[in-house]
Design a protein around this ligand. Structure first.
Ligand SMILES: [Zn+2]
Length: 201
């Protein structure tokens, strides 16, 4: 499908088509789930053997220790999975640089003691805080309508503007007409299809 770039020229779209994007997103979501829970399930027998051999015998303590480990890692896996699976559409309501030590200079020079925060209010009235890189921080403006696709880590603007876009997998800021992300190799998705997928439309 041809694509109008920001100069109004019609050029062939190098990324995935709308259909390919839908298929890719479903597969990515399923794989992310399989990897997360597969890792958890694979870890348990290993931990069982470690506890067993360190205790020297198979007794109730081994099972209590394993149960405790299983519960803690299950909760960790569950909550990280829930954060990753979240999908929303929202508005950027605040942007700020959080400094962990008092800033020495206000010229924007960042000595590694601060990080960039973007606050989003979703349509479900939930506040989401995104800890961003400097490039991502600069990319999103106050008042932007943005969305996050399930299983993908980074949000994107509902309406692309300018010559850049986000890699939804790794948060790199890409040129609009890139076919794949140079940093993580993820394909560039069809923007409207990714938006519809996230907005459940
Ligand atoms: Zn990437």
């Amino acid at each position: 499908m041809p694509y109008d770039n920001c100069d109004g020229e019609s050029v062939p779209w190098p990324g995935l088509s709308a259909e390919q994007t839908g298929v890719w997103l479903h597969r990515y979501q399923r794989n992310a789930r399989v990897y997360a829970w597969g890792f958890y399930v694979a870890l348990l027998p290993l931990v069982f053997i470690i506890i067993w051999t360190s205790m020297g015998e198979l007794n109730a303590d081994v099972f209590w220790s394993l149960g405790f480990f299983a519960l803690v890692t299950f909760l960790l896996a569950f909550f990280s999975q829930r954060t990753a699976e979240a999908q929303w559409v929202g508005v950027v309501v605040d942007k700020y640089i959080k400094t962990t030590t008092p800033p020495r200079h206000t010229s924007g020079r960042n000595g590694g003691s601060g990080y960039f925060c973007i606050a989003v209010l979703t349509k479900q009235n939930k506040k989401v805080l995104i800890r961003a890189s400097q490039a991502v921080y600069a990319y999103f403006a106050l008042g932007d309508l943005i969305f996050k696709a399930p299983a993908l880590n980074w949000p994107e603007k509902a309406t692309l503007a300018g010559s850049t876009r986000m890699c939804l997998c790794c948060g790199a800021v890409l040129q609009q007409l890139e076919a794949a992300c140079p940093r993580c190799q993820a394909p560039v998705l069809d923007h409207d299809a990714a938006f519809r997928f996230s907005a459940n439309e």
